[in-house]
Design a protein around this ligand. Structure first.
Ligand code: PMP
Length: 294
């Protein structure tokens, strides 16, 4: 993720990652009280473009707000800092990781001291390109009455780590998690869509991360005339689906081969998932907008 030359943004300054000091008394380490984002920048024909920067920083600010973490930056300021950071690192295609940590306070009240760090690195498609073998997790997604499920709080990710460890330790690539009611929720770090009888379905907001890629894919479906509906569905329904795919900033659009060894019957090449994978790539590269303009 970094080397001797890597530059990070840390509390108002651009410094070398190797020169940065972290606080071992931080609440973020002890209690998981921090918020973060995962963003991508793409090398487009019009230069480096951060995809949906405003939406990502808006979600970061929402997370900080619900956790009472002070973050006095606007979405525009954060975007500008990020462009400068990419330039200072000479990165055109990059994954960007903003992280807001809290200071030393061992009470269970949010510390008034906060730190903003932004890191970036080159990162290929997080889950790769091959079709995934997925396992239903024995862990549920967090209960929305116990936390703010749409906030990217660092501590929430122990649930994602538990489920990913379980899946990988059992020989699978990724985990699928159900919500507290037993409906399909999402993957450990991506949203889920299923295809059945020529239509796409994805769980509605409420028990899931409101993925920015998920929203983008829904918009793209509307533009392309692909029918998509936000609706709860069960594991049984998913195991009767024709095809399935995950969406996320890091994962982009990636197909599933199987779920608990149930093989999705429709060949990936014939699915909407595969079509959307290509369309999404064009969208992040600004090619669709360019075509529309000409
Ligand atoms: N679900 C979870 C649990 C996630 O961590 C992520 C990644 N932020 C997503 C879904 C996908 O969200 P996005 O498309 O905004 O990256």
């Amino acid at each position: 993720y970094y080397n001797e030359e890597t530059v990070i943004y840390y509390n108002g300054e651009f410094i070398k990652a190797v020169d940065a000091r972290a606080n071992l008394y931080s609440q973020s380490l002890h209690y998981g009280n921090g918020v973060f984002e995962g963003i991508r920048a793409y090398n487009t024909s019009e230069g480096t473009k951060i995809f949906k920067s405003y939406e990502h920083y808006k979600r970061l600010k929402y997370g900080a707000e619900v956790m009472n973490i002070q973050l006095d930056y606007s979405e525009e300021q954060l975007t500008q800092i990020t462009y400068e950071l990419l330039e200072r690192n000479g990165l055109k295609d990059a994954y960007i990781r903003p992280l807001v940590t809290t200071g030393s306070d061992m009470s269970l009240l949010t510390s008034k001291e906060t730190n903003l760090v932004i890191q970036c690195w080159e990162w290929g498609k997080y889950m790769g390109d091959k079709l995934l073998k997925v396992k239903t997790s024995s862990f549920q997604r967090p209960n929305p009455k116990s936390c703010f499920v749409e906030a990217k709080v660092t501590g929430h990710y122990t649930n994602s780590i538990l489920s990913t460890n379980e899946a990988k330790n059992n020989g699978y690539d990724e985990a699928l998690l159900l919500d507290m009611n037993g409906n399909v929720a999402e993957c450990s770090g991506a949203n889920v869509f299923m295809q059945k009888d020529g239509k796409l379905y994805t769980p509605p907001r409420g028990y899931i991360m409101a993925g920015i890629t998920r929203a983008t894919v829904i918009d793209l479906c509307k533009e392309e005339g692909i029918s998509v509906e936000e609706k709860h569905f069960t594991l049984e329904e998913l195991k009767n689906a024709d095809a399935c795919f995950f969406t996320g900033t890091a994962a982009e659009v990636v197909g599933l081969q199987s779920l608990d060894n149930y093989q999705f019957p429709l060949a990936w090449e014939k699915t909407y998932g595969q079509k959307l994978m290509k369309i999404y790539k064009d969208e992040v590269l600004g090619l669709r907008q360019k075509r529309k303009a000409s």
